[in-house]
Design a protein around this ligand. Structure first.
Ligand SMILES: *[C@@H]1O[C@H](CO)[C@@H](O)[C@H](O)[C@H]1NC(C)=O
Ligand SMILES: *[C@@H]1O[C@H](CO)[C@@H](O)[C@H](O)[C@H]1NC(C)=O
Ligand SMILES: *[C@@H]1O[C@H](CO)[C@@H](O)[C@H](O)[C@H]1NC(C)=O
Ligand SMILES: *[C@@H]1O[C@H](CO)[C@@H](O)[C@H](O)[C@H]1NC(C)=O
Ligand SMILES: *[C@@H]1O[C@H](CO)[C@@H](O)[C@H](O)[C@H]1NC(C)=O
Ligand SMILES: [Zn+2]
Length: 752
C-alpha cells in the first residue's frame, strides 16, 4: 500500500507540473496560506513504526494473559463479567492508554438451573410402565484437573423456552435445515407436528434450526454434535489428548435470532430505555424447549429409535443405525421421551470495557478494534484467545505512546464486548447508544473473536475497502509456522497458498455474515469491517467448527498443549491485527482502495444477473439499469479525477490538511452510502443493501439480501404478484443506493 500511495502522490505531482493546475489561483493562495502550520500534520506516517510494533508483540505475554483470562468461567451477566471488565480497564490505564470507560447495560440474558438437580435440564426415556430406563447427564464430566472449578454453567441453549414435555415419538431431522424438513415432509411423509425432533449441529446457525423446527410444528428440539461433524478421528484421540471433541462434550450457544438486547431493539439498554414485555411476540426467541447434547448421549437416544433407515447423506459417524424415528421402542415395547428444560430469561447487567489512544492530529477519527470477553465457560479459544492478543497490542501501543515514541494520527479505540454469545449484545447496545458519533467519525471496525482455532493459515472476512490493508499487513508479518518451507516467508504467502481466490492471484477474503460483533457495525453504521483468525485446514478436517467449540473443554490446557504450543500463531494474528490498525490510524490518506469496492460490486451484480437476471426481466424489472448505475460508479472510482484535481490544486497551494480531510471523508463515507436507513424489507436493523446475513442461515453472508430473500420461492407463492411489487420497490432502492455511492466519490461540489 505504501508503494501505491507513493505512486499516487507522484502521479499528482506530475499532474501539477504538466497540468493546467500548475499554478495556484492568486486569491486562493491568499486565503489559505497557513504559515504556522506544523509540518507533521501533513507528513506521511513513518511506516517503520509498523515493524517496531510487530517486533514487540510477545508470545509469552499473550500466553500469560490467556492463562489468567481463561482460568475461571466468565459467562455474561455473572460477577466475572464485571471483574474481567474492571481488570481490563485497570490494565489499559497502567499501560498508557489515554482514556478508559466501562459501559453498563441491563439486558435480557438466559440461564439454566445450576443447583437443584430435580430441576436441572435433563432428558429422560421411560418404558411403557413409566419407569425411567435412561436419563442424560446433568454436566460435562471433568476430564482434566484444570476444569475443576465452580460456576461451570451446565449445557444449555440460551433463550430456550422453559418446558417439561413428553412425546411418544422422536424424529431425526438431520441438520434441521429448511430443505431437511421439506424433504421429510414431501418425500417421506413424516410430519413432525407435536413431536420432539433430534437434529445434529453443523451447516447452519443453531437458531435457524430451532426456527425451522418451530415453523414445522415440532414441540421441542434436541441438538447434538455428531462425530462426523466434530470428531473426524477414530474417537479414541480426543480431548485432553487431542483437539477432538470427546463424547461428553456439548456445544452451548444462543438460539436468539436478533442482535442486541431482545427487549430494546434499535435503542440502547440504558436506564431510561423502554423495555418490551418479555412475552412480546416480536422478540425473536423460540417458543419451544431446546437442549444441546454430546454424541455420547445421542448414541443412547438413537438406540430407542424406530422407522426406516436414513439415506447416506443423513447418516453421521456414530456406531448406530440412523433411523428417521417415530414411536420410541424400549425393549420392544413403546416408550416416551421427556425434555425437562428449566432455562429461563433474566435481566442482568453486562459491561463493555473501552480503552482509547487519542489521535495526535485527528482525534475525532476512530479506528475501532474489538473482541468479546464473555465465554460460555473457560473460553480459552472463544473468545479469550482474541482478548489475550488484544491486550498485548494495547500494551505495545500504549507503551509507545507513554514513552513518547509514537502517537497515531487518528484515535484507536479498544473494545471488549460483553454478552456477545447471547446475540452480539454488548457491541450492539454500544453502537445504538453512540451511533451518531460513530457514524460521523469512524473509519473502520477490526474484529477478532477467536484468534486461533488451528495452525494452518490465516482466514479473513471483510468488506471491500479493507482488502488492501489486510493484504499489506499480512505481507509484513512473518509466517509463524516453524515447520514451513523457507519460501513461505509471510502470513500472506501461506494464506495465498492455502485459500487462494478464484484466479489464484490473491488470498481469498470472504463476505461477512453476522457471526460476531462486526454485524451491527456493518448493518447499523455502515462501517468497513473485517474479522481475521488463524484456522485449521478445512480440506483435511471436514468439521463444522473446531471440535471443542462452546464446550467446557475449551481450556487453557488445550490451547497451550494442543492448539498453539509456543503461541506463535496467536502472535501472528496480533501482529496482523496491530499492523492493520496502525496503517488505518496513521496513514495520511486512509488506505482504502475504492476500486476494490467497484470490482466487488461488479461481481455481486454479475452474480445476481446469473442467478436471477432472466427471471427478474421476465417480471418487468430492467436489469440494464443496474448495470448502468454500476458502470457510472466504476467510472467515478476509476478516474476519481475530480477528486485528484482538487487535491492537486490544494497540495500546490499548501492547503493540505483540508484537502486531505476532504479525500479521507469521501473514503470514510463510501461504505455509508450503501446503508438504507429504513432497513431491508421487514428487517429494520439490517440496513446494508449489499451485505447482510442470509435469512435462512445467520452465519453465512449473502449479497443483495433484500432481493434474494424477496425472490426466495416466489413463483410458488400465493401472493406472488404483491411479492414482485416488493421486489421492484427494493430494486429501485438498490439503484438509488449505488447512485448515492457515486455522489459520495464525485468531486465535492459536483455531487449532483
Ligand atoms: C475437584 O476438586 C475437589 C476439591 O479440591 C476434589 O475434592 C475433587 O476430587 C476434584 N474432582 C476431580 C474430578 O478432580
Ligand atoms: C423426492 O420426491 C420427488 C417426487 O417423488 C422426487 O422427484 C425426488 O427425486 C425426491 N427427492 C429425493 C432427494 O429423494
Ligand atoms: C406481559 O405480557 C403478559 C402475557 O401477555 C401479560 O400477562 C402481562 O400483563 C404483560 N405485562 C405487562 C407489564 O404489560
Ligand atoms: C459397533 O457396535 C457393534 C454393536 O454394538 C460392536 O459390535 C462393534 O464392535 C462396534 N464397532 C465399533 C467400531 O466400535
Ligand atoms: C405409534 O404408536 C401409536 C400409538 O400406539 C400407533 O397408533 C401408531 O400406529 C404407531 N405408529 C407407528 C408408525 O407404528
Ligand atoms: Zn466468540
Amino acid at each position: 500500500m505504501l508503494y501505491a500511495l507513493v505512486i499516487f502522490v507522484i502521479a499528482f505531482v506530475i499532474g501539477i507540473l504538466i497540468g493546467r493546475y500548475a499554478t495556484c489561483p492568486q486569491q486562493e493562495e491568499k486565503q489559505t496560506s497557513l504559515p504556522a502550520m506544523n509540518d507533521a500534520i501533513i507528513k506521511e506516517a513513518d511506516s517503520e513504526i509498523g515493524d517496531d510494533i510487530i517486533n514487540q508483540i510477545s508470545s509469552e505475554n499473550i500466553r500469560l494473559y490467556l492463562r489468567d483470562l481463561s482460568e475461571l468461567p466468565h459467562l455474561a451477566g455473572t460477577p466475572a463479567d464485571y471483574t474481567q471488565a474492571k481488570e481490563l480497564v485497570d490494565f489499559w490505564s497502567s499501560v498508557g492508554l489515554d482514556e478508559t470507560f466501562l459501559t453498563p447495560y441491563d439486558v435480557l440474558l438466559s440461564y439454566p438451573n445450576n443447583d437443584d438437580e430435580s430441576q436441572m435440564n435433563r432428558l429422560f426415556v421411560y418404558d411403557d410402565n413409566g419407569q425411567t430406563v435412561w436419563q442424560s447427564d446433568l454436566r460435562e464430566p471433568i476430564l482434566h484437573p484444570s476444569e475443576n472449578k465452580s460456576d461451570v454453567v451446565p449445557p444449555f441453549n440460551a433463550y430456550s423456552a422453559p418446558g417439561d414435555i413428553r412425546s411418544a415419538e422422536l424424529i431425526y431431522v438431520n441438520y434441521a435445515r429448511a430443505e431437511d424438513f421439506y424433504w421429510l415432509m414431501h418425500n417421506k411423509s413424516i410430519d413432525v407436528t407435536g413431536k420432539i425432533v433430534l437434529a445434529r449441529y453443523g451447516k447452519i446457525f443453531r437458531g435457524d434450526k430451532v426456527a425451522q423446527a418451530e415453523r414445522y410444528g415440532a414441540r421441542g428440539i434436541i441438538i447434538y454434535s455428531d462425530p462426523a461433524d466434530y470428531d473426524d478421528s477414530d474417537t479414541s484421540h480426543v480431548y485432553p489428548d487431542d483437539w477432538w471433541l470427546p463424547d461428553s462434550g456439548v456445544q452451548r450457544g444462543t438460539v436468539f435470532l436478533g442482535k442486541g438486547d431482545p427487549l430494546t431493539p434499535g435503542y440502547p439498554a440504558i436506564e431510561t430505555a423502554f423495555r418490551l414485555n418479555q412475552s412480546d411476540p416480536s422478540i425473536e426467541t423460540p417458543n419451544i424447549p431446546v437442549h444441546p447434547i454430546g454424541y455420547g448421549i445421542a448414541w443412547n437416544l438413537f438406540g430407542y429409535m424406530t422407522g426406516d433407515e436414513v439415506p447416506s447423506e443423513w447418516r453421521g459417524g456414530l456406531n448406530r443405525t440412523y433411523r428417521f424415528g417415530g414411536n420410541l421402542s424400549v425393549s420392544g415395547q413403546s416408550g416416551t421421551i421427556r425434555m425437562r428444560i428449566s432455562t429461563s430469561n433474566a435481566v442482568r447487567r453486562t459491561y463493555n470495557a473501552i480503552g482509547i489512544i487519542r489521535g495526535a492530529y485527528e482525534p475525532d477519527r476512530y479506528i475501532i478494534l474489538g473482541n468479546h470477553r464473555d465465554a460460555w465457560v473457560f473460553g480459552a479459544i472463544d473468545p479469550s484467545s482474541g482478548t489475550a492478543v488484544m491486550k498485548e497490542i494495547s500494551r505495545v501501543m500504549g507503551n509507545m505512546v507513554k514513552s513518547g515514541k509514537w502517537r497515531p494520527r487518528r484515535s484507536i479505540i479498544f473494545c471488549s464486548w460483553g454478552s456477545e454469545e447471547y446475540g452480539l449484545i454488548g457491541s450492539t447496545e454500544w453502537i445504538e447508544q453512540y451511533i451518531k458519533s460513530l457514524a460521523a467519525r469512524s473509519v473502520g471496525y477490526l474484529n477478532v473473536d477467536i484468534s486461533v482455532q488451528g495452525n494452518f493459515s490465516l482466514r479473513a472476512l471483510a468488506t471491500p475497502l479493507l482488502y488492501e490493508a489486510i493484504y499489506s499487513a499480512t505481507r509484513r508479518v512473518p509466517n509463524p509456522d516453524p515447520l514451513e518451507s523457507s519460501n513461505v516467508k509471510t502470513v500472506y504467502d501461506k494464506w495465498l497458498s492455502s485459500f487462494p481466490n478464484a484466479d489464484s492471484s490473491k488470498p481469498r477474503i470472504s463476505s461477512m455474515g453476522s457471526g460476531s460483533d462486526y454485524a451491527s457495525f456493518i448493518q447499523q453504521v455502515g462501517l468497513p469491517c473485517l474479522d481475521v483468525r488463524y484456522t485449521y485446514d478445512n480440506n483435511k478436517y471436514k468439521v463444522s467448527s473446531y471440535p471443542l467449540y462452546h464446550s467446557k473443554y475449551e481450556t487453557f490446557y488445550a490451547v497451550d498443549n494442543i492448539i498453539d504450543r509456543g503461541f506463535r500463531f496467536h502472535t501472528a494474528v496480533g501482529q496482523t491485527w496491530a499492523e492493520i490498525a496502525r496503517n488505518l490510524a496513521d496513514s495520511l490518506i486512509i488506505p482504502f482502495n475504492v476500486m476494490d469496492y467497484a470490482i466487488a460490486l461488479e461481481s455481486l451484480v454479475d452474480q445476481l444477473f446469473a442467478d436471477y437476471g432472466p427471471k427478474m426481466e421476465s417480471n418487468g424489472i430492467r436489469f440494464g439499469k443496474c448495470t448502468e448505475k454500476l458502470n457510472q460508479f466504476k467510472v467515478y472510482c476509476q478516474s476519481a479525477t475530480p477528486v485528484a484535481h482538487g487535491v492537486v490544486i490544494r497540495i500546490a497551494c499548501k492547503q493540505l490538511p483540508y484537502a486531505i480531510r476532504e479525500i479521507n471523508d469521501k473514503l470514510m463515507n463510501l461504505e455509508r452510502a450503501f446503508i438504507d436507513p429504513s432497513g431491508l424489507p421487514g428487517r429494520p436493523l439490517a440496513r446494508h443493501v449489499l451485505f447482510a446475513e442470509s435469512s435462512v442461515n445467520t452465519y453465512a453472508g449473502s449479497s443483495f439480501p433484500g432481493l434474494v430473500d424477496g425472490m426466495f420461492e416466489i413463483d410458488e407463492a400465493p401472493d406472488k404478484v404483491q411479492r414482485w411489487e416488493k421486489v421492484k420497490q427494493h430494486y429501485s432502492v438498490i439503484l438509488f443506493t449505488i447512485q448515492s455511492a457515486s455522489s459520495t466519490v464525485k468531486d465535492s461540489t459536483r455531487f449532483m
